[in-house]
Ligand binder design. Structure first.
Ligand SMILES: Cc1cc2nc3c(=O)[nH]c(=O)nc-3n(C[C@H](O)[C@H](O)[C@H](O)COP(=O)(O)OP(=O)(O)OC[C@H]3O[C@@H](n4cnc5c(N)ncnc54)[C@H](O)[C@@H]3O)c2cc1C
Length: 403
């Protein structure tokens, strides 16, 4: 009987094992180094698991060769993933921006239906069982674990990346595949908090704002994003910041962030709002100029950032002062000092070089019978369910074992 071993019981490994087990007469073993499968999945989407995005398309993916992801994503697009999960008994709901969550609002539901399916399909799950070494044999492979050495005719490596270290993100997969001749790119933490000069973020800790963000290296625009921004003790977080984190991690030194808190509105529109307020409330202190338009603390901070006298009545502000404030609202600049590390990153940018694998099957070009999937490969997606979609799609393709 053919034996298939899947290494890594995360999102992609579970999909690969379930897919491999669809063929009768095959023994499928899933090895997981942690005490349970799907531990990282439980923490995704703030415990809600944003399991896919209905807008997933190749442009949302990155790596040395993002085109590598196309066949897997085309063969198992978001709708196919949702049909698959519906078949396992998971009900889902689509929210803003195409983000899909379980109807239960609990990531545990996703892990549970996958666990039930693994059991129902006879996949042998071995937890607390790290693969330590992989060896090529005359036929197939040996997988060395702490307690035993297992034989596999075919091998799927799905060990994930280095991100989310507190949830079990490890570098094992790079070493295991490295020993079989596969090389990796440089690795960077992505979908992670941006660290900035602390003065303004610290004062705004906890404030959330909708904005358009731009990342500059000197005068050159490196990347743009839009959506929710959250201020933290040491910088900025939230989807809009996450979407720039890959460019920030790889963009070198001397980067600056620019936030527009009135996105979609021109300077003249903001100026007329400010003039109208000055006319209607001439004795209001300048510090309250933006109250009612933005979060109170953010509004007061922007008045300070623009250098306006906080206690002066609005009547005393001339048109030049209003223009300076309008500019501050649309181009609030924060010098970047870096990004947070792998511990708090959601995904690894970089990974095992995709040039070593056939994109149509995810089989190694030079080790027949060896497959890889998920975050371990040099493919990462934007914030919003794109990374799990890649994990499902690539796990599904690898689990077909080239058939
Ligand atoms: C906090 C957080 C929130 C996130 N939220 C979202 C979200 O809402 N939506 C989204 O799309 N993405 C999200 N992501 C990203 C997403 O979780 C990952 O991209 C995805 O889980 C990758 O799947 P994977 O199977 O490649 O790796 P993983 O899910 O990390 O699974 C790899 C598994 O392999 C195991 N393993 C490693 N080495 C060995 C070994 N030697 N032997 C045996 N087992 C081993 C690990 O323990 C792990 O269980 C989030 C990530 C984090 C950290």
């Amino acid at each position: 009987m053919e034996t298939v071993i899947v290494i890594g019981g995360g999102a992609s490994g579970m999909l690969a094992a379930l897919t491999a087990a669809e063929t009768r007469g095959r023994r499928v073993i899933l090895l997981e180094r942690q005490q349970r499968v799907g531990r990282k999945l439980l923490a995704t989407g703030n415990g809600r698991c944003n399991l896919t995005n209905t807008g997933a398309c190749p442009e949302r993916y990155h790596g040395e060769n993002p085109g590598f992801a196309v066949p897997a994503l085309a063969a198992f697009p978001p709708q196919a993933a949702l049909d698959f999960f519906r078949g396992l008994g998971l009900m889902t709901v689509e929210e803003y921006g195409g983000r899909v969550y379980p109807l239960s609002d609990s990531a545990g539901s996703v892990v549970d239906v996958l666990r039930f399916a693994l059991e129902a399909q006879g996949v042998q799950v071995k937890t607390a069982c790290p693969a330590r070494e992989l060896r090529r044999e005359k036929t197939g492979f040996s997988v060395v674990t702490d307690g035993e050495t297992l034989h596999a005719d075919k091998l799927i490596v799905a060990c994930g990346g280095a991100a989310g270290a507190k949830l079990g993100g490890v570098s094992d997969g790079y070493g295991l595949l490295g020993a079989l001749g596969h090389r990796r790119t440089s690795l960077y933490p992505a979908l992670v908090q941006l660290l900035t000069a602390p003065e303004y973020p610290r004062a705004l800790k906890g404030v959330r704002a909708d904005c358009a963000l731009r990342l500059f290296s000197g005068d050159a625009l490196l990347a743009e994003s839009a959506g929710e921004l959250q201020f933290t003790e040491t910088g900025v977080s939230g989807p809009a910041a996450f979407d720039l984190s890959r460019a920030a991690a790889t963009g070198g030194r001397g980067l600056t962030l620019s936030a527009d808190f009135f996105r979609g509105r021109g300077k003249n529109e903001i100026l007329s709002l400010l003039r109208a307020r000055r006319k209607r409330l001439p004795s209001l202190p300048a510090s309250d100029m933006l109250t009612g338009m933005l979060h109170n603390r953010l509004g007061k901070m922007l008045v300070r950032y623009a250098g306006l006298p906080a206690n002066a009545p609005l009547a005393e502000l001339d048109d030049g002062a209003l223009e300076t404030l309008a500019d501050a609202c649309r181009d609030f600049r924060l010098p970047l000092t870096g990004t947070a590390g792998f511990d708090s990153a959601q995904v690894t940018a970089g990974g095992i070089r995709t040039s070593g694998f056939n994109p149509e099957t995810l089989e190694s070009w030079f080790v027949p019978g060896l497959f890889a999937c998920g975050e371990l490969l040099d493919i990462d997606g934007d914030c919003g369910g794109f990374n799990l979609q890649w994990a499902w799609a690539s796990g599904r393709l690898a689990g077909r074992l080239g058939t």
